[in-house]
Design a protein around this ligand. Sequence first.
Ligand SMILES: NC(=O)c1ccc[n+]([C@@H]2O[C@H](COP(=O)([O-])OP(=O)(O)OC[C@H]3O[C@@H](n4cnc5c(N)ncnc54)[C@H](OP(=O)(O)O)[C@@H]3O)[C@@H](O)[C@H]2O)c1
Length: 321
Amino acid sequence: MRTTPLGTTGEAVSAICLGPMYFGSRVDRETSFDLLDRYYEAGGRFLDTANNYATWLEGYDEPKSEPLLSDWLDERGVRDEMTIATKLGFNYGDLPQSLDPELIESEIDNSLERLGIDTIDLLYAHVDDYDTPQEETMRAFQRAIDAGKVRHLGASNFLGWRLARANRIADEQGLTPYQCAQPRFSYYVPNRDADFGNQLEPTDELLSYCEYEELTVLPYSPTLSGCYGRDDRRIPSEYVNTENRVKRDIVSEIAERKGLNGNQVVLAWMAARDQPTVPVIGVSTEAQLEQNLAALDVEFTDEERRRLDSVETMGVFPWRE
Ligand SMILES: NC(=O)c1ccc[n+]([C@@H]2O[C@H](COP(=O)([O-])OP(=O)(O)OC[C@H]3O[C@@H](n4cnc5c(N)ncnc54)[C@H](OP(=O)(O)O)[C@@H]3O)[C@@H](O)[C@H]2O)c1
């Protein structure tokens, strides 16, 4: 599988990251192992989990994704080949939502234990915390890096200015900066009043900042539950607007012309964005995984690319020439 640079670390990660959020819970163990095997066979080496996956599901109070990955890494003996990303900061069990230094310290240890590894390759702040001074958070991360428990840092669900501010503090204090951002990011753009709680869409500022500072962008929920390519998944209500109707038609047309599924068109568009962009895919069957990985083989003509990219203007030229 081709690779994409991870920020300015000098390292590269698989161009599609596999998100085992529901592995070990909604997706049973055997299927999860098959999916991990298949991703590995396809050359995939980048897994994205979190300390709280998927404790919000009924009947799953304890984290299941990290322990399942631990078993798979162990049984297959491939830990050294994989880039393992996990996250902390969201509430689960008795833990509050926070990036407090003590919570960071204990949750890193808990994730290491659940994952059965010595070092987390990429640790995300899963959500921002406006109550803990950013410097304290960055110092807590630095202590974990100095102790060899973490290698790189990422920020998920951050506003652009908060990410920029954290990295400026890191720069001024000689601390390790965030190397990537993980926003809720798909091809459809949500309505202005859409509310996804703590899940944040990428603002233009976030994307522009990441481009300027060479931070990698890792879109999560990239297919919006597969809605670009299956009749049983309607476009989510927060995304029902005129622009997205135009986008839907463009995706369908291009998919039909190229013999693809709409989800593949969207993932291919994403992975080929000008700035380093690595979709974090969710799948529950091998067919979905195959389809999504095949997005990396899709090549758009200049015209297709222009149509997919320039939809914002919808054919309307500037109001005043
Ligand atoms: N940082 C964060 O706050 C955050 C939040 C959410 C997710 N994530 C990460 O992002 C990953 C993906 O998130 P997500 O599951 O919400 O992604 P998604 O792309 O919105 O949804 C994935 C689901 O869409 C369907 N699907 C995907 N590809 C398909 C295909 N080719 N054909 C038909 N259906 C397809 C499947 O649904 P069915 O299984 O129902 O068939 C699949 O489980 C997670 O595993 C996690 O690692 C991060």
